[in-house]
Design a protein around this ligand. Structure first.
Ligand SMILES: [Zn+2]
Length: 284
């Protein structure tokens, strides 16, 4: 028999608290903020949606740990989180905590629905976001007008935007361009693992004239680098990337720019071009 790690006091307290949702909700504002992360995890794991909703509504920290949801990818719980965010805005749940607008929204690797996305531009608590992280959230085939709406709302605050692996296509990033143009405080963007053509990348660069604070920018290798089976044309890759860098330089001077390919079919590593192209071990 294996030896189980003893539960921490916080875990024990949280397990007790989730057993009586109604009672716990009645004194949420009296709980020490330090207990919130453990209790939130417990509430998500057990799909205690009412408690999840109430906790988000009075969340005492500027960052909400959405990764907690990844262990129990339950749509109802996710909706409860979004409802809670909305309650912060409408003041439906009255706490003693200060209503803190969220500074970071991180939903990595979690599949959301179109209706979840539609909710974003209506959530006032999100309107002062500094960091938006949707890594691995597949947005292919989604209508991205709601994401554009959110980006327009946070254009004056947003510093980092991570859309790695969202599998967006040209027509979708085209929808986002007017909003991206307004995000003048951005200092980090990551578009690796999206399906962009040369044309849309050049168009995107034309919309980045206001990105004067940009420090690190990451783009996917353009689709023209691959054959029909997504095998990379090794010689074409650095050539096309340099063409893109030259295009961007007519708009502004990038500090740290790189392009990455899809993962190699053989070694599962990607190729990175950051002025000097780095190839995976298979080519060396
Ligand atoms: Zn390789």
């Amino acid at each position: 028999m294996g030896v189980q790690n003893p539960l921490t006091l916080q875990e024990l307290a949280s397990q007790t608290l989730v057993r009586d949702e109604a009672l716990t909700m009645s004194f949420l504002e009296k709980l020490p903020p330090g207990l919130f992360p453990t209790l939130f995890k417990e509430a998500c794991t057990g799909s205690h949606t009412k408690l999840v909703r109430a906790m988000v509504a009075v969340w005492p920290f500027p960052c909400l740990p959405m990764w907690t949801l990844m262990k129990t990818p339950d749509l109802e719980t996710f909706h409860a989180v979004l409802d809670g965010v909305d309650m912060r805005l409408t003041g439906e749940f009255q706490p003693r905590f200060l209503m803190t607008p969220l500074k970071t929204l991180s939903i990595t690797g979690y599949q959301i629905s179109q209706s979840d996305l539609d909710f974003f531009p209506c959530c006032q608590s999100l309107f002062q976001l500094k960091h938006l992280d949707l890594r691995g959230v597949v947005l292919q085939d989604f209508d991205l007008m709601p994401l554009r709406g959110l980006l327009e709302k946070v254009a004056d605050t947003l510093k980092t935007l991570d859309l790695l692996g969202c599998r967006m296509e040209d027509s979708q990033v085209n929808v986002l361009l007017p909003a991206l143009r307004q995000c003048s405080r951005l200092r980090y963007v990551n578009f690796y693992n999206n399906d962009f053509s040369m044309a849309i990348l050049k168009d995107l660069f034309q919309h980045t004239v206001n990105w004067s604070k940009m420090k690190v920018e990451k783009y996917p290798a353009p689709l023209e680098c691959y054959d029909d089976l997504t095998h990379l044309f090794k010689e074409r890759f650095p050539h096309l990337c340099q063409d893109l860098v030259d295009t961007l330089r007519t708009v502004r001077q990038p500090k740290n720019i790189s392009f990455a390919t899809l993962n190699c079919h053989t070694c599962d590593e990607c190729f990175v071009y950051d002025q000097v192209s780095r190839l995976c071990g298979c080519w060396e």
